[in-house]
Design a protein around this ligand. Sequence first.
Ligand code: UDP
Length: 239
Amino acid sequence: MSQVPAYKRILLKLSGEALMGDDSYGINRTTIEQIVGQIKEVVELGVEVGIVIGGGNIFRGVAPAAAGMDRATADYMGMMATVMNALALKDAMTKVGLIARVQSALTMQQIAEPYVRGKAMQYLEEGKVVIFAAGTGNPFFTTDTAAALRGMEMNVDIMLKATKVDGVYTDDPKKNPDAVRYQTLTFDEAISRNLKVMDATAFALCRDQNLNIKVFSIFKNGALRRVVLGEDEGTLVHC
Ligand code: UDP
């Protein structure tokens, strides 16, 4: 099997829930170590890695915990949750010898660098992992949209959307044993079949800018490496 990566630069979107593992809240140590192990494998292949991390494992602007709150305030809390996850991810990466930098869309200079596009590009070229925290920096958006935005700004070759399910299926595979995974889909097919790949704003941005999306499970050992090597893993959504 070829060891030559199919992509030079990737943007990995990790939801906050991915860090939770089977817990109901927060960050699960074993899970974060498993994810970081997968990231290390692709960094060692020479792939440049940017990551947008969500915050849903800690706080979401639209969660019941935010009921009755001013939406923008709740969303700022959600963005701060992503910064916590980013710091945890960076810490876990450092422990396995990766060099990671956190850049935040909200200024928090004591704990993270501000987002500066040129600097982030430089880090990627140097082989450092860049973790983009605080989403877009704006309320009423999601980290999926931040991932589309940063992916385009970083000129990545592909957006990798890490989920619990190993791709996009014809139906919910947990409920329907006959559900089949799509190997590939066009953006238009995903829309006409009403298949949810990313949130609508993120999806529209990727489609408009021809940024292909690969949906895969980060919980399958070695899945990220197989995706990066261009093997049949997950679902490719393309133009
Ligand atoms: N958020 C926001 N603007 C952004 C990104 C995130 O306001 O650009 C807030 C929003 O409240 C969201 C929370 O941060 O609910 C966590 O992000 P998200 O829900 O995208 O995390 P994930 O589902 O990926 O864990």
